[in-house]
Design a protein around this ligand. Structure first.
Ligand code: ZN
Length: 383
């Protein structure tokens, strides 16, 4: 299934949260059985004999995306929600995909293929291993997790698209799920939805989007339109067409589009946390020899500008060391919840500070080790 990895949206990267999906092997058979017995009790298991159309839509999906069907599919009665879900997705268990009756009534079989492909992707990409924003109090971490969750939906949509191999059906499925309307009520005009997306962009930021687990259907449609223009998509089906963009170009276009809609709140918040840790950590390194000469102060000031003065003035207080320890504790605990890329960058910057300041190297390394420990980075440090 690894060949599907390259279609992932680049922001859909659990390693940023210290999760390596490939390492995950867990025996969840006990949990499985409960879950399965619940489904067998209350839902219909899809087979070609009972539900031939749905059964053949499922078959087509697995032929198209070239993976083995080791899933259980169920249909459950729900006339209100057009919904699909994929559950218990450890690599050791057999996954279940549950489709609601309303979903099947609402969608054509091609549109259903999109939704099935999307759910299969959640399993293939092991999205169930991602952290749950509900279990987290820290505001910044919660927002980063939601950002990851939305990115996962973009990846899943791409596999949904490969599964139905039709841009129009992928977009129609998205439109129907967003509006709840069936074919007889709407004219299908993607350009009009993109106008709505532009209106949303013009508002500058949407806190609804920022706090959502799923991206707006408008973003999802735009993302699919761009995906349909990539080399990688055309290669997947050996199309004669070349494609206008590479997938990485499309990822960047999408980053920009998403940022326009969600605003820069998360980016600013990540940056603040990063900078606080950097300045307090650096100050600690400067003070490794318990001295802070005028030359060092000037160096520190030229490195951090305006903020340096505030930090230096803290040192004039009688309880300076306690205050600094407290600042370090708070700022590094916050920074420990940043994305891995950010934490790695922070460590590199602190190492540079360590390298460029005077004083005893071992003492500086000891301080760096302490800081890395709060960040949750276990590797030995040197410079
Ligand atoms: Zn999904």
């Amino acid at each position: 299934m690894d060949f599907l990895d390259k279609y992932k949206y680049h922001k859909d990267d659990p390693r940023e949260f210290g999760i390596e999906p490939k390492d995950f092997k867990k025996d969840s058979s006990e949990l499985d059985n409960n879950h399965l017995s619940n489904l067998l009790t209350n839902s219909i298991r899809v087979s070609k004999e009972i539900l031939p159309k749905v059964g053949s839509a499922i078959e087509t999906v697995f032929e198209r995306i070239k993976i083995e069907n080791n899933f259980n599919f169920f249909v459950t009665a729900d006339n209100n929600q057009a919904n699909a879900s994929c559950s218990l997705m450890s690599s050791a268990s057999r996954p279940d995909i549950v489709l609601t009756s309303r979903l099947i009534e609402l969608l054509s079989l091609e549109e259903l293929q999109f939704v099935i492909g999307h759910e299969v992707a959640h399993y293939v990409y092991q999205h169930a291993l991602y952290p749950n924003h509900n279990n987290v109090d820290d505001r910044n971490l919660k927002l980063n997790i939601l950002n990851l969750s939305r990115a996962a939906e973009i990846s899943a949509d791409r596999i949904g698209f490969l599964a139905c191999n039709s841009l129009e059906d992928s977009l129609r499925a998205n439109f129907k799920l967003a509006s709840g309307l069936s074919d007889k009520h709407f004219n299908f005009k993607p350009s009009t939805y993109l106008d709505q997306l532009r209106d949303l962009e013009d508002l500058g930021k949407s806190s609804t989007e920022l706090w959502s687990t799923h991206p707006s259907f408008l973003i999802r449609m735009q993302s699919l339109i761009w995906f349909s223009m990539t080399k990688e998509y055309h290669e997947f089906f050996d199309n004669k067409k070349k494609g206008t963009y590479s997938l990485s170009e499309v990822d960047e276009k999408l980053d920009k589009k998403i940022k326009k809609v969600t605003g820069d709140e998360l980016e600013v918040s990540n940056k603040n946390i990063y900078e606080k840790a950097l300045i307090w950590g650096s100050l600690d390194i400067y003070l490794s020899d318990k001295k802070f000469s005028k030359i060092e102060q000037d160096e520190f000031a030229s490195r951090f500008g305006e903020k340096a003065n505030k930090a230096i003035s803290l040192l004039k207080m009688s309880s300076a060391r306690d205050m600094l320890d407290k600042k370090i504790d708070i700022s590094f605990n916050e920074a420990s919840k940043l994305l891995k890329t950010e934490k790695d960058k922070l460590v590199e910057e602190l190492k540079t500070v360590g390298k460029e300041t005077g004083g005893d190297k071992m003492k500086k390394l000891k301080i760096l080790g302490k800081l890395l420990n709060i960040l949750g980075i276990k590797k030995p440090v040197s410079f």
